[in-house]
Design a binder for this molecule. Structure first.
Ligand SMILES: [Zn+2]
Length: 182
């Protein structure tokens, strides 16, 4: 909405604006007039630009916040997964291990223990895959991760997962060995 002509405030004559000029001299009375509103328009454009960059910055911040939240949630699920595997393997071994005597009443225990172990094995194999796939693509700590990083992360997940299973089994063994059978 560029103003191209103005009424001279002194004589009322028509003052034509030169391109990109904010001031002009009235051709009738010689008074200098100012295209204030044009300046206003220009300033408004700058303010809009500023608003745009603020908005872009805000979106970027939101993006970073969302990444941070995703990573936090992912870390929480990973911890739950590790704890779950450890506990399930422990429980499975406890049930199976507690029934080493040739007692028919212990068949139920072995059955329960076996089911728990099957669930544990299923989680054991699916967990690292799922966690690997659901890892937030945007990582605020390490930046965007490459393929090698992702493979390493999955291997690490699988290794820790195996460690958790061994820990669960070992804990069950310790409990049974020292507190279980009389
Ligand atoms: Zn004039």
């Amino acid at each position: 909405m560029d103003i191209v002509t103005l009424e001279c405030p002194n004589c009322g004559g028509k003052v034509v604006r030169e391109k990109n000029e904010y001031f002009a001299t009235c051709p009738y009375c010689g008074v200098e007039v100012c295209f204030d509103e044009i300046k206003g328009e220009a300033a408004k454009g700058q303010i809009d630009e500023l608003k745009d960059s603020v908005e872009r910055y805000r979106q970027q911040e939101e993006f970073v916040d969302a990444g941070r939240r995703n990573l936090k949630r992912w870390n929480m699920w990973r911890s739950i997964f590790y704890a779950g595997i450890t506990f399930l393997v422990f429980l499975g071994f406890m049930f199976v291990g507690a029934a080493t005597d040739p007692d028919p009443a212990h068949d139920t225990l072995v059955g329960i223990g076996s089911v728990i172990m099957i669930v544990a094995i299923m989680i054991f194999f699916s967990g690292p895959v799922y966690l690997g796939l659901s890892y937030p693509d945007y990582d605020i700590v390490y930046g965007k991760r490459g393929v090698t990083d992702k493979i390493m992360m999955r291997l690490k997940l699988a290794a820790i997962c195996l460690g958790c299973a061994v820990l669960g089994a070992f804990a069950a063994y310790i409990v049974l060995r020292f507190f279980g059978r009389a």
